[in-house]
Design a protein around this ligand. Structure first.
Ligand code: KG4
Ligand code: ZN
Length: 473
């Protein structure tokens, strides 16, 4: 039997519907496979108003749920919501508890940096085992640090994609376990959406629509965030993401990968001359907002070979002063061009975004690579030049963390997007449907209206209709 863990990108529900009663203890219903999202959700009557007129018919409260025999409990005001967030999509096991008003009550991250350093990248089976080894402790510590028990929580949010299936499964399994034990609703979260939305926790003035650059180990995304769950993808990478290029370059330069390839390279680049090695900026002939980092990686590899640096055998700590300087020059030159590529694509994306949504005021930069100071300062200039305000979360919220999952869970939960608590008799070895490849938003290319490009794009159908709906407003 397979259960569908809901993606949260689903039809919007008015904020007016956010005040609702959550009924607990309704008769347990078995999950059916691949039911469409709205029918899996339990939308309940507004706490104060008896007319949920703002809800579309498909999203009306299910009357069967509101039986007088069920134990009903009013969901507290938003600020009193308590969301546990669990993240295991890649190489960090993370959990956090966040309150509805954005207060972070706890944040725990267990990193697999040592494994990464030893095996030269994420080995899915090994990463799965590492997650499984620590997940219970990480979640328990998040609750302990927040001075809460599971029964105090309002719901559990968990990453369901994109990511490594084996790894996602560990987090989802744990989330369902907690949710089942305490009868809590579950919110399935999109990892990249969480990177974007955590900026709204950081800056409470940040309203939709906004432009976001999301840069991590596996993704390079430029999205126009219209509203919650409604994203138009202006650009993506055609091969590697910038984080992957940082990690490979760091490894080839013999850096200490235990602190992470990106941070190690950023540090070394401070001592280098960014003009020492002439790398070509990728994709200048392509007048779009896509990215490419595979070619830059090859250029770095060739530069290292041509300089006769034996970086594979000699870690930087044992290198001669001259050798170290050459490596620093490569690091600085790589970083300059890697980030110049970001700047150029972001400049075009700002122009596109302002054409679609002239009211945009904010430019969000998030994801692991956004913790890099050079990246932040260069993209701040792009924002300034265009009269936008840059919002970039602090480094601990840019790299993978449980806070962003909990916060995104809150954002969706308060508009009624969540899944029922697992049935009491749900077997422990239940196979969940995950979303390892899950595009965030619809593709867009200049010269085609968003609505037209949506019609022809191959995407999640519910997402298409959702975005079209928003454009008709
Ligand atoms: O978002 P994230 O924590 O995990 C993924 O979703 O992939 O991003 C991880 C990526 C890695 O490639 C890591 O090297 C990079 O972010 N990163 C950095 C820095 N800190 C983390 N890259 C450049 N400079 C940094 N300071
Ligand atoms: Zn990430």
């Amino acid at each position: 039997m397979a259960a569908t863990l809901l993606p949260t990108l689903s039809p919007p529900v008015s904020r007016a519907a956010a005040a609702f009663l959550l009924l607990r203890g309704a008769p347990a219903k078995p999950f059916s496979c691949l039911r469409p999202p709205p029918t899996l959700r339990r939308f309940l009557a507004s706490a104060s108003s008896s007319s949920p007129a703002t809800l579309s018919p498909a999203l009306r409260p299910l009357s069967t749920v509101a039986s007088s025999s069920t134990a009903a409990r009013a969901v507290p005001a938003r600020r009193d919501l308590l969301m546990l967030g669990i993240e295991t999509s890649c190489d960090d096991t993370a959990a956090a508890v966040v309150r509805g008003d954005g207060e972070i009550l706890s944040q725990v991250v267990s990193s697999q940096a040592d494994l990464l350093a030893r095996y030269g990248g994420v080995a899915p089976k090994m990463a799965e085992e590492a997650h499984a080894l620590v997940i219970d402790q990480v979640v328990q510590k998040a609750l302990d640090d927040a001075k809460l028990s599971g029964s105090d929580l309002s719901a559990v949010a968990v990453t369901v994609g994109p990511g490594l299936s084996l790894c996602l499964r560990v987090g989802v399994h744990k989330a369902r376990q907690v949710a089942k034990s305490f009868g809590l609703p579950i919110v399935g979260v999109h990892h990249m959406e969480a990177h974007a939305l955590v900026s709204r926790l950081v800056n409470k003035d940040l309203d939709f629509p906004f432009l976001a650059l999301l840069i991590s180990g596996g993704h390079n995304l430029l999205v126009l965030a219209h509203s919650l769950g409604q994203y138009v993808q202006l650009g993506t990478t055609i091969d590697d993401a910038i984080g992957e290029a940082y990690d490979k370059t760091a490894r080839w330069l013999g850096l200490d990968m235990r602190k992470g390839g990106g941070p190690a390279l950023e540090e070394l680049a401070l001592d280098g001359d960014p003009d020492a090695v002439k790398f070509r900026v990728p994709m200048r002939q392509h007048k779009d907002c896509n990215f490419s980092y595979a070619g830059l990686k090859t250029q770095v590899r060739l530069a290292i070979e041509s300089m006769n640096l034996s970086t594979d055998d000699i870690p930087i700590l044992s290198a001669s002063e001259e050798d170290r300087q050459s490596r620093a020059n490569i690091a600085a030159s790589f970083q300059r061009v890697a980030v110049l590529h970001l700047e150029e694509r972001c400049q075009r994306a700002v122009e596109w975004a302002l054409k679609i949504e002239p009211s945009i005021k904010y430019f969000v930069v998030s994801g692991g690579v956004a913790s890099n100071k050079y990246v932040r300062s260069r993209l701040n200039q792009v924002a300034d030049y265009n009269g936008l305000q840059l919002v970039s979360p602090p480094p601990s919220l840019c790299t993978d963390n449980g806070v962003m999952i909990a916060w995104t869970g809150i954002e969706h939960f308060v508009v009624g997007r969540f899944e029922d608590p697992p049935a009491a008799d749900e077997p422990d070895d239940m196979q969940y449907e995950l979303r390892p490849r899950w595009p965030l938003g619809e593709e867009y290319s200049e010269g085609r209206s968003v609505a037209r490009s949506l019609k022809t794009a191959r995407v999640h159908p519910s997402l298409t209709s959702m975005i079209q709906g928003s454009l008709q407003k």
